[in-house]
Design a protein around this ligand. Sequence first.
Ligand SMILES: [Zn+2]
Length: 64
Amino acid sequence: MTNKELGRKQGTVSPCAACKLLRRRCAQNCIFAPYFPADEPQKFASVHRVFGASNVNKMLQKEI
Ligand SMILES: [Zn+2]
């Protein structure tokens, strides 16, 4: 079991890479978390740089 999974169980979730960069509150069912885990900040940073935060947000919200 990874530290991240342990954190979720204990309710002390460190924000995912997306929420960290966007300074959002990272919910437990955050739509970004599966795509941009906290341990891969550079992944979201590059997507964010190419598409922009609002576009990334729109793209992911369509999937719900
Ligand atoms: Zn998040």
